[in-house]
Design a protein around this ligand. Structure first.
Ligand code: SF4
Length: 396
């Protein structure tokens, strides 16, 4: 990533504002750069992106993450290949996220220390997605290494797990969410983890876990399609709650099935099988039990949730199964939990950016997930035969 000191400018570029862009393009000007705020509507800029040499995104404030999202959209949806530059209220701690969102250069604020930025960049040795700097993404490196590695078999069910599930459901049928969580952590010492998408409601379950045992592993499946806000929120929330063991799971060879990175457009089930189910299946043998944040009010098959279930020889713990939307809200308020940045935009359930939009109905929090499609679950809570059937369908 190029670090441009305050006051430097590139004479070769002609810089205009968004209002003047159409006229500049019509005049046939070359080497155009546009300077826009992070709040700029992506749709207003996208049609022109391919004709620009540089796009300078000015960040409005330290907590304003819109510039990250805009950068990601320009790279991933507009296929902008020029110099994507960050300017404005950026600090060295932003460096790696800027790089990950596809920013290739930064205009350092007045008084910023180049050394601080260089140190921040040097603290990380890998990037996660392609950008103008041309570095090979980590997923691609891992994919090549793992290409010949067979998926680990799902752990064989321990014979007494069903009895354990029955006992826990019986003993904890009147228990609070925290008591269920504590009971689960005690029942599976060292063999239990929480699954978290770090989405709209995730902070409640994570906060409870931090009260029971903050060192319990938290599994985050990084599909490489998350909103930049989710990644920022994950870091901030884990730090705030003192969760010391967040384990990031990544798809090992997604590009073999999804070479263009747009499988979600044509086969969302297969995309989820590759980017979500498979990474989780690969670590299944490490845990006897996984804690989820599912609740009955989410609807669909979740309406029949019990606190403890057996799935493919592994226990699923649903401590919040009984909670209502009001109880979730009250818990956030009572504990001063930070909201996912997209919640204020009406996102009530948050997954990957291509498949998530604001909830279509206030009564159906998951109505913004795969909206308009029949799909309602990504598959990580389905029996393993679901993903096998999806992959078989593709092969046939
Ligand atoms: S939610 Fe969408 S983008 Fe994410 S893995 Fe599933 S289909 Fe792919």
């Amino acid at each position: 990533m190029r670090l441009l000191e305050s006051g430097s400018h590139e004479a070769a570029l002609t810089e205009v504002g968004l209002d003047d862009l159409a006229a500049a393009l019509a005049s046939g000007a070359n080497d155009l750069a546009v300077r826009i705020g992070g709040e700029t509507d992506f749709k207003a800029l996208a049609p022109h992106a391919s004709r620009l040499a540089a796009i300078v995104v000015v960040f409005g404030g330290f907590r304003d993450g819109r510039g990250f999202s805009l950068g990601t959209l320009l790279r991933e949806r507009a296929n902008f290949g020029g110099d994507l530059r960050a300017a404005g209220a950026v600090i060295p701690d932003h460096a790696i996220l800027l790089k990950r969102c596809g920013f290739a250069s930064v205009e350092l604020p007045l008084g910023a220390s180049v050394e601080d930025w260089e140190r921040s960049l040097a603290a990380f040795s890998a990037v996660y997605q392609s950008a103008a700097d041309g570095e090979t993404p980590l997923w691609s490196i891992r994919a090549k290494r793992a290409a010949a590695t067979p998926v680990a078999a799902v752990a064989a069910p321990a014979p007494d797990l069903q009895a354990t599930v029955d006992r826990l459901n019986r003993d904890l049928r009147h228990a609070s969410a925290e008591e269920i969580l504590a009971g689960a952590v005690a029942a599976f010492p060292g063999r239990i983890a929480m699954l978290s998408s770090f989405g709209a409601e995730a902070a409640a379950g994570l906060h409870l876990l931090s009260r029971v045992d903050a060192s319990t592993p938290v599994l985050f499946i990084d599909t490489d399609r998350h909103f930049a806000q989710t990644l920022t929120y994950r870091h901030a929330l884990a730090a705030k709650l003192g969760l010391s063991n967040v384990r990031v799971l990544t798809p090992s060879n997604a590009e073999a099935v999804d070479p263009k990175g747009d499988l979600w457009r044509t086969d969302a089930d297969l995309c989820c099988a590759v980017r979500r189910v498979k990474p989780l299946r690969e670590v299944a043998g490490d845990y006897d039990a996984l804690i989820t944040g599912r609740k009955r009010f989410h609807g669909g098959v979740r309406m029949r949730l019990k606190p403890f279930e057996l799935l493919d020889g592994q226990v699923r713990v649903n401590p919040l199964a009984n909670w209502t939307p009001g109880e979730v809200e009250a818990y956030f308020e009572a504990n001063g939990l930070p909201r996912h940045p997209l919640v204020q935009g009406g996102y009530a359930s948050i997954g990957c950016w291509p498949c998530t939009e604001p909830a279509r109905s206030a009564d159906d929090v998951r109505s913004g997930r795969w909206a308009g499609a029949e799909k309602v679950e990504c598959g990580i809570h389905m029996p393993s035969r679901w993903a096998a059937e999806v992959e078989e369908r593709r092969a046939s």
